[in-house]
Design a binder for this molecule. Structure first.
Ligand SMILES: [Zn+2]
Length: 344
């Protein structure tokens, strides 16, 4: 992983962790007249402390962060809240609910369990098959998901990380000032997660998208619907905005946003055809080619994306347990490959 600080506008910085795969998120810092606002913390204490040290070297005032905005409730954007002292932490209501549902202690337990299950090897796989045959789908999914969960998250350290929730929430929009700069928070109702938030710095033409944008990678639609996400892309495309800092991957511009929009529209159309033909999500994933996006990494995310689209087509809101989604990703991971990010 390559961590880099970028000077994107006067007093505005971004910090990328490339290539930006699972858990390696980006953040932003906005400073003006001695005040500072941090967009997102990172996945664990060490990563967040390294990031804060880099910001402090670039902008000494950042030694004390005044305000943190968490763009959404996934741990790779929030668990490092433990490192920001008494800063005001602001987020959407949906962000708080998501984070409360998966505190660091719970993810630590799941990764520890995954590590233990993975070590059971062929015996564990046989137990998994037995559980599935017996209709015990959730325990069976744990066995199936374990190797992937351990591979993706075993490299981070969640032990002893306390949950620090945002203390201030907002809905839809919130305008803040950081010294002399105006900062606008725009909530996307529900797309990647519930309560995704984009952070605009209008005078500098900069947006921090959170995980509304995964540059050069398949996005992951934990929630949907796709139309909300497409609408969020259109909000960015309709504004005066030259610098787009994604939640993961390299800094881009509107071209990156347009391509991600094209991906989502294409995938929705392709999934719809398979849904109408009666294919299961597994069958649809095996059938959908998406050759135009062959360079996108994290191809395993096609599975949860298809599951979310099928839910949308069926008009239901039943989000499956995340373990089932990781089991599905484990099934589709080896065949899809991931564009070269694996293991870095
Ligand atoms: Zn993320």
């Amino acid at each position: 992983m390559q961590a880099t600080l970028h000077d994107v506008a006067p007093g505005v910085f971004a910090y990328t962790q490339l290539p930006g795969g699972w858990g390696f998120s980006n953040s932003g810092l906005i400073t003006s007249d001695g005040e500072s606002l941090l967009v997102d913390t990172l996945f664990d204490r060490r990563l967040t402390e390294d990031m804060l040290a880099a910001y402090t070297r670039a902008a000494p005032g950042a030694a004390r962060i005044d305000v943190v905005v968490n763009t959404h409730g996934n741990g790779d954007h929030c668990y490092g809240n433990v490192c920001v002292g008494d800063a005001r932490i602001i987020a959407s209501e949906g962000c708080v609910a998501t984070l409360r549902d998966m505190p660091p202690r719970k993810l630590h337990a799941l990764v520890t369990l995954a590590r233990a299950l993975r070590r059971t090897g062929p015996v564990g796989r046989a137990v998994g098959r037995l559980l599935r045959t017996g209709g015990l789908r959730l325990p069976a999914a744990f066995f199936e998901a374990a190797p992937l969960v351990e591979e993706l998250f075993g490299r981070f350290d969640f032990s002893g990380l306390d949950l620090v929730l945002p203390q201030e929430t907002f809905r839809e929009q919130l305008s803040l000032t950081v010294g002399g700069k105006r900062v606008e928070l725009v909530e996307v109702e529900s797309a990647h997660t519930v309560g995704d938030t984009m952070v605009f710095v209008p005078e500098d033409g900069v947006v921090f998208t959170g995980d509304i944008l995964f540059e050069g990678a398949h996005p992951i639609m934990w929630e949907g619907p796709a139309q909300n996400w497409i609408d969020a892309f259109d909000v960015i495309l309709g504004r005066s905005c030259d610098t787009v800092v994604p939640g993961h991957g390299p800094i881009t511009d509107k071209k990156g946003v347009a391509r991600a929009r094209h991906y989502l529209v294409t995938l929705r159309d392709e999934a719809r055809k398979r849904y109408d033909a009666g294919l299961s999500p597994d069958e649809a994933c095996a059938d959908i080619a998406l050759d135009t996006f062959a360079d996108f990494s994290e191809g395993e995310r096609l599975y949860p994306n298809v599951v979310a689209l099928y839910r949308e087509f069926a008009g239901t809101r039943d989000v499956p347990h995340a373990v089932h989604l990781f089991a599905g990703m484990a099934r589709h991971h080896p065949r899809r490959g991931d564009g070269g990010r694996k293991g870095r």
